[in-house]
Ligand binder design. Structure first.
Ligand SMILES: [Zn+2]
Ligand SMILES: [Zn+2]
Length: 291
């Protein structure tokens, strides 16, 4: 299990990596452009190659690109769907060229149209995207907090999309705060084990490549997307300890998307502590006395 946070790229990739290292990251998530805009940033091959080299030198892997928040692959508006797919395709292209393992996307919202129609749009677009994408990155579909006709609010629904598309290049990212908000009580032992059964039955753990590790202060099932510091919210220290010691998630990259950059290091070390893990390849760990 690897741990990291979402880091900015606005100040240049050297700063991105410096921030990642300062926070104790072994894996990272970035936006490849403006997460609230449609316009893409021109790809600078030299800068992205240098970024890949820096990550390799510091043992940071995997890297996740999180797509724009504007994306809606289910929309009844054809233009919006096309623009959305265009952004995901762009990020898949950047990932392939920049040696980045994963592109993670929200699915969007069904709006007022019949759910089946929106669901069909998602499956067709996801299929077309992974078929057309250059070799390399995997496309991860993130679970939502579930409110307002949002797509992907249940494990069953994500599983349905994954099965309908049937490509090895489609995976899933589970966000703990979204699971909680959509009504899965992952803070209790019973709730967690029933969630794990659902994941196994509908998605398969081999496809769950990333966990967004976020605590939250909203009530169970509130359908409200609010992130909070690990162990300080409703999921709590005991909840994260139970989640992070499950063998099913041992190959997942865990990314914290908690507020306040200054507290990133604390969240990463809390996650590592809950998992009972030492930093992989760490040379800074205290030596045991052998007397
Ligand atoms: Zn997300
Ligand atoms: Zn969220």
């Amino acid at each position: 299990m690897k741990f990291g946070v979402h880091v900015g790229i606005g100040g240049g990739f050297a700063k991105t990596v410096a921030e990642a290292l300062a926070a104790g990251c072994e894996c990272i998530q970035i936006f490849a452009g403006n997460p609230r805009g449609w316009r893409t940033t021109p790809y600078d091959p030299a800068a992205w190659a240098a970024f890949a080299e820096l990550r390799r030198a510091h043992g940071i892997a995997p890297t996740v690109i999180h797509t724009s928040y504007l994306i809606n692959l289910a929309s009844s508006d054809r233009l919006l769907r096309t623009k959305s797919a265009g952004l995901v395709a762009h990020d898949l292209d950047v990932a392939a060229r920049g040696a980045i393992e994963y592109v993670n996307t929200h699915l969007g919202s069904y709006g007022a149209q019949p759910r089946a129609r929106g669901f069909d749009h998602i499956c067709k677009l996801v299929d077309a995207l992974v078929t057309a994408a250059p070799a390399g990155p995997m496309l991860l579909l993130e679970n939502s907090a579930g409110g307002g006709n949002k797509c992907g609010g249940t494990i069953e629904e994500l599983g349905e999309i994954v099965r309908a598309v049937g490509s090895k290049r489609v995976g899933v990212c589970l966000d703990t705060a979204h699971l909680w908000a959509s009504g899965y009580d992952i803070a209790s032992a019973r709730g967690l084990s029933s969630v794990l059964k659902l994941v196994e039955r509908h998605i398969g753990f081999g496809r769950v490549r990333v966990l967004h590790l976020n605590d939250t202060q909203v009530a169970l099932g509130a359908k409200h997307d609010l992130h909070w510091h690990l162990g300080k919210g409703r999921i709590g220290a005991a909840g994260f300890r139970a989640i992070l010691t499950r063998p099913e998630f041992r190959n997942a990259a865990c990314i914290c998307e908690t507020p306040e950059k200054a507290l990133d290091r604390q969240n990463v070390s809390a996650a590592r502590r809950f998992a009972g893990a030492r930093r992989s390849g760490s040379r800074g760990a205290k030596k045991h006395k052998r007397s």
